[in-house]
Design a protein around this ligand. Structure first.
Ligand SMILES: Nc1ncnc2c1ncn2[C@@H]1O[C@H](COP(=O)(O)OP(=O)(O)O)[C@@H](O)[C@H]1O
Ligand SMILES: [Mg+2]
Length: 272
């Protein structure tokens, strides 16, 4: 088998499905991800939107190798994913920050470079913290940071690993609208310069449209790809101007029409 990835298959999900055991062991497993196929090119930015609880984080966990699909396969750079492998070049920022409480913020950010024995790790950590708007918080501990600051510190820590592929699970969900735009801008500058491939889960349709090359709309659980939409807006983009772009506004309505019945279905599922 040829292990050299072609352009369209830097990250590949092939008919991936997954179920979790039911709370009640006598019941059947609960299907969560249903036959998802997605090919992602090197350098592409994919946004994933879908109702809360549909299976988005489960999907990212399968790309990261944390969860093994029941059926189908995941390939990263042409190789089948089978467990967590630090050499794969995948950086993962979870929905819940996983900062170590006994480390200062800069020490958390420099964790990856420290493991690599990077002598410039402190400088790099300080620079990334400045870029995410956390200058002045370098020596604070997790307990001294707000939820939004923890998210930004987690993002800086993930970027410090210099990954080829970034998995970001609602990375800016806790930020206020204005801080979010500033952090998005800095983040996009870094990612454009590095050419990082990104899978980005978000609840924010505007964020999905302004940042992504393609937007994946996921159905209610068990989740499948309901639609895959290309964002036909050139780069580089001004994130603020793109919000007012007519194409972006039409796309917002289109995505919302796709998403609305899925959100309703997922809410009914929760209530039952
Ligand atoms: N480890 C687990 N064991 C059992 N059920 C789980 C587990 N992780 C997630 N689930 C369930 O799978 C569904 C999808 O979860 P998740 O992927 O976190 O959704 P999303 O990220 O889209 O909000 C939810 O119903 C959730 O309760
Ligand atoms: Mg999630």
């Amino acid at each position: 088998m040829n292990a050299t990835p072609d352009l369209m298959s830097f990250v590949e999900l092939n008919s991936v499905s997954h179920s979790f055991p039911s709370h009640d062991a006598s019941l059947d497993p609960v299907p969560v991800v249903d036959n998802v196929t997605l090919n992602i090119a090197k350098g592409e930015f994919i946004a994933i939107i879908g109702p809360s609880g549909c299976g988005k984080s489960t999907l990212l966990n399968m790309v990261a190798g944390i969860i093994k699909p029941d059926r189908g396969s995941v390939r990263v750079k042409g190789r089948q994913v089978d467990g967590i492998n630090p050499d794969r070049g995948v950086g993962y920022m979870f929905a819940n920050d996983s900062l170590f409480p006994w480390r200062t913020t800069w020490e958390n950010v420099s964790l990856g470079p420290e493991l690599r024995g990077d002598p410039d790790r402190k400088e790099k950590a300080f620079e990334l913290l400045r870029l995410v708007g956390l200058a002045g918080s370098e020596y604070k501990y997790r307990s001294q940071l707000s939820h939004g600051m923890r998210q930004r510190a987690s993002l800086a820590r993930t970027l410090a690993q210099d990954p080829e592929i970034l998995l970001l699970d609602e990375p800016f969900g806790a930020l206020d609208a204005q801080t979010k735009v500033l952090v998005e801008e800095e983040f996009m500058r870094i990612r454009d310069a590095r050419g990082t491939t990104v899978l980005f889960v978000t609840h924010d349709l505007t964020e999905a449209i302004t940042l992504a090359d393609r937007v994946v709309v996921m159905s209610a659980r068990p989740t499948y790809i309901k639609s895959l939409v290309t964002v036909p807006i050139e780069r580089p983009r001004s994130l603020i101007e793109t919000r007012f772009n007519t194409t972006a506004q039409e796309l917002y309505l289109q995505l919302w029409e796709e998403l609305r019945p899925e959100v309703t279905a997922q809410e009914l599922d929760k209530a039952s």
